[in-house]
Design a protein around this ligand. Structure first.
Ligand SMILES: [Zn+2]
Length: 136
């Protein structure tokens, strides 16, 4: 499978939404990225099972991490893995804010800045266009 076909497949699978923050790309100036969930430098493959559709903000903040140190316990917590985890098991909407339902959800919200002021404003704008909250 060529890279351009892989990109198209990942975008279609995600229905145009970032698989971390669920932002829709239709209102964004930038095209979203194909993100390696496990980075290639850590042995992650470029196959569909290790790829996610990610907005520039989530991609930038996640960087090459797959886990973070939890602020409250000091323990290592995995970040949300779009292929291995179900989004709704770990996150829920509270108005325009995201709630972490699990240690994975809470760690990912902090690490990827998922409740940054700018993201809340984007969700408000998405609501005006019928794109928030996400249908699924
Ligand atoms: Zn995102």
């Amino acid at each position: 499978m060529s890279w351009s076909l892989i990109v198209a497949e990942v975008e279609q699978r995600a229905a145009g939404r970032c698989e971390y923050c669920r932002m829709h790309q239709s209102l964004q100036g930038a095209t979203f990225h194909v993100e390696h969930i496990v980075p290639t430098v850590q042995g992650g493959s470029s196959t569909l099972s290790n790829l996610a559709w990610a907005c520039p903000g989530c991609n930038l903040h996640k960087s090459d991490r797959t886990e973070v140190t939890a602020a409250d316990t000091g323990e290592s917590v995995p970040l949300f893995h779009p292929r291995a985890h179900a989004w709704s098991d770990h996150f829920a909407w509270d108005g325009f804010r995201l709630l972490g339902l699990t240690p994975i959800g809470r760690a990912t919200i902090l690490a990827l800045h998922l409740n940054h002021e700018r993201r809340l404003r984007i969700r408000q704008a998405e609501q005006l266009f019928g794109l928030f909250p996400p249908a699924d």
